[in-house]
Design a protein around this ligand. Structure first.
Ligand code: ZN
Ligand code: CU
Length: 498
């Protein structure tokens, strides 16, 4: 009797996600698991045979910095992520989580009628199971959302009281029990920005009981970068938890090159035995709420972290979609006002949910951070509006094309480790991130000679080329370059191989 598999991937070069060089091997999948890695007999049969000659076969990419908390429910194809090889997203970054639901702070406006209701993190993960998207979903607990809920919303500049901290801890415990991978903060945002270090340490303490981690969009990414990183590390030490610094960068022209110091600072912490790592999206532009840039004094020509209006593009303007694609400077010229005033007017008239793309980083810094061994990959994608940052569609192929093949900044096997095994290890996702027998069959098959990001700032919703196959839990989600619309995604729980 010839052997039978559900899927055979034949003749590819397998990169197992550990950072090891590729090896020629076939792959056999049964159900949701990898059954065989090695030579598979010629006469073996399968429901689907993938000819992977000349192609790389790797674990599915784990996007450690996602904001798709609601997107996975309203747009279950999650096209931008799936087509670039992301098989698991880790949502809830930058302090923006889903509990308490009433205060759920989202990077983007969505049609609420498509979103099921939940009260708890367990309920959110159950909603993913009941209405599965095309990719797996893990979640961080958003500190900012809890803080808004505990302190009652509105203007909450004061520190939390002991009772409010206890309330936040109990939400966090529920989430960790349900399988959340950690807690995030977004310390430039409302209302996270008013929390003291002491408050965050107290709230974070339950993380240690579960071995979950602390991820932070730190309090400053420009002139105050080193202090901001020091705070994240202090919180890690005092709460007894591992630390993930979100989207490591030096933002604002005056601060370019500062990442050499922040890298040295991370290396010192690691030499002391602290588990500090970071993530990165591979672009010189960031993307956030215009409100946050204004509130942090970042629009214009003055100030240590300033970004000129010509470098700030409007990605999503809820009440004036026709402004999307223009820069703040374009409107400032039209209205004959300074950039700062134009930005405020855009928020007042266009909506506080206005999202921008801001060019504020140095290409040399992007390369240095990518090459550093503490850096793993995340998109920070915000999939809303007509002009979202292209990272939502192109981060992974951009690294594989531009930074691996064209510029040689890192090797292919190192890039794969940063996209797969490294995040699976840090975020405690057993069964994922590596190709080995018995592992879950989240897989990507791409052509290392052609894989390319084609999304641009002008036309961001274009899907990459050179990535013909993506499997999630053993099912083909991308087949010969086409989305199959299968809903094979699952909720992924910390420490659970399922
Ligand atoms: Zn952030
Ligand atoms: Cu983020």
């Amino acid at each position: 009797m010839p052997e039978h598999y559900d899927v055979i991937i034949r003749g590819g070069t397998v990169y197992d996600g550990s950072g090891a060089a590729g090896v020629a091997a076939d792959l056999g999948v049964r159900g949701d698991r990898i059954a065989t890695v090695g030579a598979i007999a010629e006469d073996a049969t399968a429901g689907e045979v993938v000819d992977a000659s000349g192609l790389a076969v790797t674990p599915g990419f784990i996007d450690v910095h996602a904001h798709d908390d609601t997107l996975v429910l309203v747009e279950p194809d999650v096209t931008g992520k799936v087509m670039q090889g992301v098989t698991t997203v880790i949502n809830g970054n930058c302090g923006a989580g889903v509990v308490p639901a009433k205060f759920s702070r989202r990077f983007g406006e969505v049609d609420g009628s498509k979103i099921p209701e939940w009260e708890t993190y367990g309920g959110y993960l159950d909603a993913i199971a009941q209405q599965p998207p095309s990719q797996n979903v893990a979640t961080l607990v958003g500190f900012g959302t809890m803080r808004a809920g505990a302190l009652g919303g509105g203007k909450i500049e004061r520190p939390a009281t002991a009772d409010e901290i206890a309330q936040m801890q109990s939400w966090l415990r529920e989430a960790l029990q349900a399988g959340a991978v950690g807690m995030s903060t977004g310390l430039i945002y409302e209302p996270d920005r008013y929390s003291t270090t002491d408050e965050i340490v107290e709230v974070a303490k339950p993380l240690a009981e579960y071995g979950a981690l602390y991820a932070s969009h730190v309090r400053g990414e420009g002139a105050t970068l080193l202090d901001a990183h020091a705070e994240a590390m202090e919180i890690g030490r005092r709460a007894g938890v591992r630390v993930q610094i979100s989207h490591h960068k030096a933002s604002g022209r005056a601060n370019w090159g500062r990442i050499r110091d922040s890298i040295a600072q991370i290396e010192e912490a690691r030499a002391r035995g602290e588990d500090v790592t970071c993530d990165q999206y591979p672009y010189t532009a960031g993307s956030t709420r215009l409100f946050a840039l204004v509130q942090n004094g970042r629009v214009g020509d003055s100030g240590a972290d300033a970004i000129p209006g010509s470098d700030i593009l409007l990605a999503m303007v809820p009440q004036h979609t026709e402004w999307e694609g223009k820069s703040v400077a374009d409107l400032a010229d039209e209205w004959d006002v300074p950039d700062e005033q134009a930005a405020q007017r855009i928020i007042d008239e266009g909506g506080s949910g206005t999202i921008v793309v801001q060019f504020a980083m140095d290409e040399a810094d992007v390369r240095t951070i990518l090459a550093h061994p503490t850096t793993m990959i995340g998109t920070d994608g915000l999939g809303f509006g007509s002009r979202p940052h292209p990272r939502h569609y192109g981060s992974y192929p951009r690294i594989l094309g531009k930074y691996v093949r064209e510029e040689g900044v890192i090797t292919l096997e190192d890039a794969i480790w940063k996209m797969t095994g490294f995040p699976a290890t840090k975020f405690d996702l057993p069964g994922r991130g590596f190709i080995r027998e018995g592992a879950i069959a989240d897989l990507v098959v791409f052509n290392p000679d052609t894989v390319t990001e084609v999304s641009t700032y002008e036309d961001p919703r274009r899907t990459p080329i050179g990535m013909p196959w993506v499997f999630v839990n053993g099912e083909a989600i991308v087949r010969l370059g086409q989305h199959t619309h299968r809903r094979a995604g699952r909720p992924v729980r910390r420490g659970v191989d399922a």
